[in-house]
Design a binder for this molecule. Structure first.
Ligand SMILES: [Zn+2]
Length: 291
């Protein structure tokens, strides 16, 4: 019985080894596994995952989830169930399980970060992101066209699809990045709201100054009132909605100590884009009707 190789070379990966020569640790277990099964078991060994221990391999020992662990599909808390058990709510089989305690993992890294640091940093982060996010989103507003003249199809698509998509995405982009790489900087959901809705408010203010001074040099009183009420409410409201998706992602990350699954926060962002685009469409329609 030779010692298992400690050579970290890629050529020592199980699938690179000569066929029919089981060399894995698990190959020596008393239940006399077949060679292919033992190789599979090595692949699923604790702490080997790129993210957090996918539970997609057969023969992995049963493991009861002893912490909050939500279903990726419906959010149901799978705590108390065996890892890989179909979700009682929706039937989805969660492919990830918590890292073993004490292992070098995302969970350990995040727990350490959350234990240190001051809660004040969260508010400071939020304020910084709010101040930076507004000017960043203005980049999207500068692509607006068709303020006068014939509104062609490309102008319509720009105003109804690309404009809202770019503005809504950019208003929460910075907070989105922080949740992805440093989720521990936020300690409360309110800090994410400040970072995003603050950026949206600042964006609306800057956009109004651009609109009411450059795009429309002598605006009517009704346009001024409209822009400072409805447009500001639209921008902050849409971002408030989009932020809910991001907050859900962040909350799951910091309570379950698992890598953020940012795609699960996209539905709210999509709704914000749709509402914003629909508003623009209606506004263009009335602009045409008024001519
Ligand atoms: Zn479920």
């Amino acid at each position: 019985m030779s010692e298992p190789s400690r050579d970290p070379s890629v050529f020592q990966e199980p699938h690179m080894r000569p066929a029919g020569k089981p060399t894995s640790l698990a190959g020596k277990s008393p239940d006399e596994r077949r060679p292919d099964e033992s190789q599979i078991d090595l692949l699923s060994a604790s702490g080997q995952g790129v993210h957090e221990e996918p539970d997609i391999f057969p023969n992995r020992s049963p493991d009861v989830l002893r912490q909050d662990w939500s279903c990726s599909q419906c959010g149901y808390n799978l705590r108390g169930l065996e890892a890989g058990h179909p979700c009682p709510e929706c039937g989805h089989r969660e492919l990830y399980r918590p890292a073993p305690p004490g292992s070098a993992s995302y969970a350990g890294w995040l727990a350490g970060k959350l234990a240190g640091g001051s809660p004040r940093v969260g508010w400071l982060t939020a304020l910084t992101l709010a101040l930076a996010g507004g000017p960043l989103a203005i980049l999207a507003a500068l692509f607006k066209s068709g303020q006068s003249g014939v509104a062609g199809l490309s102008t319509l698509i720009l105003a109804v699809v690309f404009g809202p998509a770019a503005e809504e995405a950019l208003k929460i982009a910075l907070a989105w990045c922080v949740v992805e790489v440093k989720p521990y900087l936020f300690r409360r959901a309110g800090q994410i709201r400040l970072a995003t809705v603050g950026a949206a408010f600042l964006f609306a203010v800057i956009e109004n100054f651009i609109y009411l001074n450059i795009y429309v040099p002598n605006p009517s009183l009704s346009l001024v009132v409209w822009r400072w009420t409805v447009c500001v409410a639209l921008h902050t409201g849409c971002t408030l909605l989009a932020a809910n998706g991001l907050i859900r992602v962040w909350r799951r990350t910091v309570t379950e100590l698992r890598p953020p699954e940012l795609s699960s926060g996209l539905p709210e962002l999509a709704w914000a884009i749709i509402i914003h685009g629909f508003y623009n469409l209606v506004a263009i329609f009335f602009e045409f009707a008024a001519r």
